[in-house]
Design a protein around this ligand. Sequence first.
Ligand SMILES: NC(=O)c1ccc[n+]([C@@H]2O[C@H](COP(=O)([O-])OP(=O)(O)OC[C@H]3O[C@@H](n4cnc5c(N)ncnc54)[C@H](O)[C@@H]3O)[C@@H](O)[C@H]2O)c1
Ligand SMILES: [Zn+2]
Length: 357
Amino acid sequence: MEEINVHTSKNYKIFFSNVRDKLQNLIDEYGIKDIYLITDKNIYNLYANEFSYFKGIKGLYIINPGEENKNKDTVFDIYNDMLSKDCNRKTSIVSLGGGVVGDIAGFVASTFMRGLKFINIPTTLMAQCDSSVGGKNGFDFNGYKNIIGTFYQPEFVFVDTNFIHTISCQDYKNGLAEIIKYGFIYDDTFFDYIDANKEQIKKRNEDVISTMVYKSLKIKSDIVCMDEHDNGIRQILNFGHTIGHGIESASNFSIKHGEAVAAGMLIESYLSLKCSLLSAHEFKRLLDIINYFEMPTYFDDMNEKSIMKSMLKDKKRNDSKINFILPERIGSAIITDKLSQNTVEDILIKWVGKKLW
Ligand SMILES: NC(=O)c1ccc[n+]([C@@H]2O[C@H](COP(=O)([O-])OP(=O)(O)OC[C@H]3O[C@@H](n4cnc5c(N)ncnc54)[C@H](O)[C@@H]3O)[C@@H](O)[C@H]2O)c1
Ligand SMILES: [Zn+2]
């Protein structure tokens, strides 16, 4: 079984296996008992008959799918249910799901009785290549995304890429956007790999998915090991997200995260091009791959003012200037807060008018 060691305030492993019996062995090996399993309705409907590897579970909580349920009501309802099932400090929380389930389950694990053991089994491409590793968790509150949360590392993460065959096309593209991000800002050979295997990626070739997920988590864990609490280099993972979050929030979250990030990566790369950092050829490579996967690069009914407004709201939250991650070439990016609001707004006006590339 392949594995990656993650060295943070707590060391843990990411295990890769398409054999779910291995999961059973790990649960025994890690002494995980009294499991409180958190999942969502879609996963439960698809995989309920495979839940037998969780022997003797203490409780099962099934979230209604969707970002709109990543809120305090769900969290408090889980606490209530856990209390009614006599969960205690020996209980372990297992998350089986995408980023929504994982973020909620991680938060519950970190707060119930000041912290329970936590195991993450990600089931979407987004969760497998990104959210299940790094320790961030939380929920949305008062219109702010992920505003309440903690850093809390799991006992281990178990990645079975077989789950990816049942996710929707839109969710597959969402994860792909993050995967392209890793290559573009951190590893040119990985970007070349994605480019060279794009047809197989589209066909969801098992080997290619496994390689991409492994490589993405290797990059993510390397970065997280250097900067667990997001004060320095980890911020480069926000490439495409500064403007991406603005787009998501301006659309009232009707545009999915990965789609907003894909467009955000293009706009931020265009800014980099205008700052004479990124070459036109490298910008074109990013544009071509995003077009190849048919990710939307423009949206109707966008307004630059509302995108700017939500970016400034994020800025207030960080008590700083707006940080941008600008790629300087494929495989390398810088963090800067030197871009003027006018420059950004000018580019956004052109983008909203569908005249940027
Ligand atoms: N903590 C982090 O570091 C981090 C990083 C990135 C994203 N996130 C968070 O992750 C969330 C998005 O995650 P997501 O994209 O996984 O969304 P999601 O959890 O909403 O899952 C997307 C959809 O796929 C369904 N699904 C899950 N697994 C499935 C499977 N195997 N087969 C069929 N359907 C399946 C779900 O029911 C849901 O409808 C956001 O809330 C985001 O803020 C967190
Ligand atoms: Zn993201």
